[in-house]
Design a protein around this ligand. Structure first.
Ligand code: 5GP
Length: 116
């Protein structure tokens, strides 16, 4: 069994978070340390530690991440200008929380995809 992270507590509303969307499959909340005017994390309610742990059983929740991302981007008013969706995996990416999460960042020009 994978070890729970702080994100499981956020999903169960056991600790405070600015949750902006939740359904049976996913939860979305504002990042505690925003890197852009809009910085929202969208996560599956089921614990999947990294992208390497994804199986076909997760496909409905992972598809929902994208439909919810598109809805939130529209609600935040950043859909037309554009935004970036990021999912880190393991050490080289800098993943810090081992419950997969899609970063939705936007609200300003974001610059090149990768630091040099
Ligand atoms: P990673 O580097 O794993 O892709 O991103 C983890 C993200 O989770 C970071 O952007 C970090 O600011 C955010 N984060 C970590 N702990 C918390 C928390 O307790 N609440 C919220 N809202 N965001 C968190």
């Amino acid at each position: 069994m994978a070890e729970e992270t702080i994100f499981s507590k956020i999903i169960r509303r056991e600790i405070p978070a600015d949750i902006i969307y939740q359904d049976d499959l996913v939860t979305a909340f504002r990042d505690i340390s925003p890197q852009a005017p809009t910085h929202i994390l969208i996560i599956p309610n089921v614990l999947i530690p990294t992208v390497n742990d994804i199986t076909e059983d997760h496909e409905s929740a992972l598809g929902r991440l994208f439909t919810v991302a598109a809805k939130i981007a529209k609600d935040e008013g950043i859909a037309e200008d554009g935004y970036r969706l990021i999912m880190n995996c393991n050490r080289h990416s800098g993943q810090e929380v081992f419950h997969i999460h899609m970063h939705l960042v936007g609200g300003r020009p974001l610059g090149p995809l990768l630091a040099k």
